[in-house]
Design a protein around this ligand. Sequence first.
Ligand code: PMP
Length: 429
Amino acid sequence: MSKSEALFARAQKTIPGGVNSPVRAFKAVGGTPRFISKADGPYMYDADGKQYIDYIQSWGPMVLGHNNAAIREAVVAAAQNGLSYGAPTEAEIIMAELVSQLVPSMEMVRMVNSGTEATMSAIRLARGYTNRNKTLKFEGCYHGHADALLVKAGSGALTLGVPSSPGVPEDFAKHTLTVEYNNLDSVREAFVEHGDDIACIIVEPVAGNMNCIPPVEGFLEGLRAICDEYGAVLIFDEVMTGFRVAQGGAQARYNVEPDLTCLGKVIGGGMPVGAFGGKRKILEHIAPTGPIYQAGTLSGNPVAMAAGLAALTQLSDPSLYDSIFSNTERLAKGMTELAHKHGIPMTYNVAGSMFGIFFTDVEKVTNYQQAINCNTAQFNVFYHAMLDEGVYLAPASYEAGFVSKAHDEQIIATTLAAADRAFAKVVAA
Ligand code: PMP
């Protein structure tokens, strides 16, 4: 029995499913999740000492690679001054200033502890600000596990086939409208019917929870125009895309300005951090300046701020992204070409350092229905073949992949050589 197998058996006795977040349990692909003992650069190492090239990157945060020296040193230095004060610090101001500078639509910023908190709070703010009830979201987008957003959500919920979770009262879910991603007509229809009660549209400006699906041309611009027409708040959930698909996030990449932005993952450098922010005239409605309540014991935590600042400081150099983006394209295109060489239908999407490969003969995947119609049986064979080769992909075909600064051309070449052998196994299966 491997150490991961033994740990998984032990974990299941005291942790539901043996994991603290569902997708880690390998339910979609089967087999035993690898228990990780350490990570460095592009690599993770499991409890049995096996090395993996990691394309999950802690589900996005590690755009600089694992165990980044400057982040590690900043965390150690901050920890020497105490772990939490529950009182304001200068680091929080520097963080807000840096975020505003890198993402100019975020004129004011409030720190929280996760992406879920960021989206949940942004929606409350949008509702309180507009004095309306409804939220419009998109099929296949995931915005964390707050009640109002667990309505046909993607990611773990989708993978486990739980489109809307038990425990979410129908009365809560009824205020959430779900329409098709990349389809402006469906958005317009929802607004024609409910426009005077829609507080906000929340959207992943590049969807990363139904594999990787970038916005089609005009989609984000159209959402902006509809929100302007109806007086609704446009929320970009950039928890995944922030500081990843461009230095200024998807709003910079596609040049569309939201009213509110949610951040997470990269902004914490690997620590549990999220943030939301946006137009001053909206943010001023939140407590203590305004009546809309939002708070957090550990929000703006000094150790977390140190990690996040060390990450964002390094990402302040926009040229840093060039090689990450070209390596992401090299990887996704390379895998697709290899699949075709083996006669396996495949297409890919890339947005900056996010990528997705799809086992399908559809030319370009642009929505959830296309994403879920891909060949999961082939993906699962490919997944395990890659894992055996020492390449750690997301353990479900509905997840985007991530490339970091630490994934150089050599790492990509090694990955592609592994993929060539893995596709041969798919054909033989
Ligand atoms: N929004 C998006 C787009 C996400 O991808 C995620 C998590 N994958 C969240 C929100 C929720 O973030 P967290 O898991 O930190 O609560």
